[in-house]
Ligand binder design. Sequence first.
Ligand code: RB5
Length: 164
Amino acid sequence: MRIAIGNDHVAVELKNIITDHLKGLGHEVVNYGTDSTERFDYPVPGYRVGRAVASGEADLGVLICGTGVGISLAANKVRGVRAAVCSEPYSARLSREHNDTNVLAFGARVVGPELAKMIVDAWLGAGFEGGRHARRVAMLAEIEETQRLAAAEESPGGSAFWYR
Ligand code: RB5
């Protein structure tokens, strides 16, 4: 598989470890991140990897910053990207099976190298289950494309409700 990887300045070391791990598994890895510890704002690699995945240049993307949060937010702004921050393998696997994530993010300040490899392996080893999940993922795309969600407007439970 062709995997786009991106990172900011706090995640250079972990990016290198994960790149070697992915190559060891036989994947082609394209680096959209920084190799320097000089400040490199996370929206840049997040956007670059998001674009690479959304355009089909890459099959999947892996993003690493301090927490994984900022860089995943940037990627998720690119149409067609479904990025999730996962700090353990269970969520990583389910994010593929249920949410069809095409970008995985995690934090170099949150997970160590061995856990990060387990997260990556769980994610790559899983596949989208489709079925009822396909309908929900299509709803995500509907929000992205139209800034609306018909199901939320039609459903009685969709109106504002305040707990008192
Ligand atoms: C950089 O200090 C830090 O903000 C960044 O790596 C990331 O954690 C943002 O979400």
